[in-house]
Design a binder for this molecule. Structure first.
Ligand code: LMR
Length: 397
């Protein structure tokens, strides 16, 4: 029956973890998937999460959540993105449902786009998180790309980006990374966001923000929402995917929110009813435990403050590793420029290494990363950074 089913190619990110797991070498390094590790290379459960778990233990049943998830969690999540005192959150004009982390949020949006935004193409940055392509492909939406990253400067191709936004048909959808762009670690400045917002407004484009790393760009969750807040201030009706995988370390809990700003509460109710229809057929309703953890943290001033501190701690450790990696590379005798290692922000360093060099790191040094040269800085530690720099120098000589 299944004789003709071909083997699927491995996922460019999760496939790396599979190869890593199969490697028995004692000093192997997984710098593939974007998952935070402490300085001993161990997964981290935040203290605020442990505290929230204690508070909710025994206080909830195992019933289904509604299709749109926990109302409390969704409200808290919107406030985190749009601002504690956002009038749009208060007046109910944002359609929003709890979803399955970033991927699930994007998938709901893509499905909504296919059903209710006919003929509207989604424009995706070059490069982007590999799963964006899969999600919009499987949802059956037409996708196109726009310039974002400039190889020569390892920075933002601002002119190219603006030109592509201007040249897209009016009313197109642009998938923007709200902060800590994956995989490049290159974000527009606040001033550049303002300009992008203006150009997009003039073209009546629709901004869909994917915010998977709130807190990881600047260490400050409020500041990392600046792009969204600038667009909203300018009168855009944006849509947004939020994930709590990275910033709360709730990876396996699959906690996120997808939201769509609408004209008013009545329109929001209609849009939300359609998001529910889509979710019902796909997975019926979202998980409860992680949503309770997140809403307990976000709903308690002291716990929220503790969480902000812990996010900053994670972001700061990554910044420290960037400094150390660059220093070690420069001291290794490498004559290549490595400034971008410290210029880029968020969880990733877009190293500039080729697929072949990445392959050599894996086969010769048991160091694993995605073939686009992306290094998950979250997996770099004080004790492995020296070996990483030496190996990078070796394969880029
Ligand atoms: C990544 O880019 O490594 C993360 O977003 C994890 C994932 O699901 O790909």
């Amino acid at each position: 029956r299944f004789g003709d089913v071909p083997e699927a190619p491995k996922d460019p990110i999760l496939g790396i973890s599979e190869m890593f797991n199969a490697d028995a070498h004692a000093e192997k390094m997984n710098l593939g998937v974007g998952a935070y590790r402490d300085d001993n290379g161990k997964p981290v459960v935040l203290n605020c999460v442990r505290e929230a778990e204690k508070r909710i233990a025994g206080n909830f049943n195992m019933e289904y959540l509604p299709t749109n998830g926990s109302k409390d969690f969704v409200q808290q999540s919107l406030k985190l993105a749009f601002g504690e005192n956002s009038a749009h959150v208060a007046d109910g004009s944002i359609a929003a449902v709890q979803s399955l982390s970033g991927t699930g949020s994007c998938r709901l949006m893509a499905e909504f786009q296919r059903r209710f935004m006919p003929g509207c193409k989604v424009y995706i940055t070059v490069p982007t998180w590999s799963n964006h392509h899969n999600i919009w492909r499987d949802a059956g939406c037409e996708q196109d790309t726009f310039r974002y990253y400039k190889e020569s400067t390892r920075g933002l191709d601002f002119e190219g980006m603006v030109e592509d936004i201007q040249n897209a048909p009016d009313g197109s959808m642009f998938l923007l990374h709200a902060c800590a762009h994956n995989p490049t670690g290159v974000d527009p400045s606040a001033e550049q966001w303002r300009e992008i917002s203006k150009v997009m407004k003039a073209k009546n484009h629709f901004a869909f923000f994917d915010m998977a790393y709130q807190g990881f760009a600047s260490g400050d969750c409020e500041r990392d929402a600046q792009a969204i807040r600038i667009f909203v201030e300018d009168g855009h009706k944006v849509a947004l995917a939020q994930s709590f995988a990275k910033n709360m370390g709730l990876y396996g809990q699959r906690i996120g929110t997808v939201s769509v700003m609408c004209k008013d509460k009545e329109e929001a109710n209609r849009v939300e009813s359609q998001l529910k229809v889509i979710a019902r057929a796909m997975y019926s309703n979202p998980p409860m435990h992680g949503a309770l953890i997140a809403s307990t943290i976000l709903g308690d001033a002291a716990l929220k403050a503790q969480w902000y501190e812990e996010v900053k701690g994670m972001a700061d450790r990554i910044i420290k590793m960037r400094t150390l990696l660059r220093k070690n590379l420069e001291e290794s005798g490498s004559t290549l420029p490595w400034q971008h290692v410290t210029d880029q922000i968020g969880m990733f360093c877009f190293s500039g290494m080729t697929g072949e060099q990445v392959d050599k790191l894996r086969t010769d040094h048991h160091i694993y990363m995605t073939r686009n040269g992306r290094i998950s800085m979250a997996g770099v530690t004080s004790s492995n950074v020296g070996r990483l720099a030496a190996a990078m120098h070796e394969v880029t000589k």
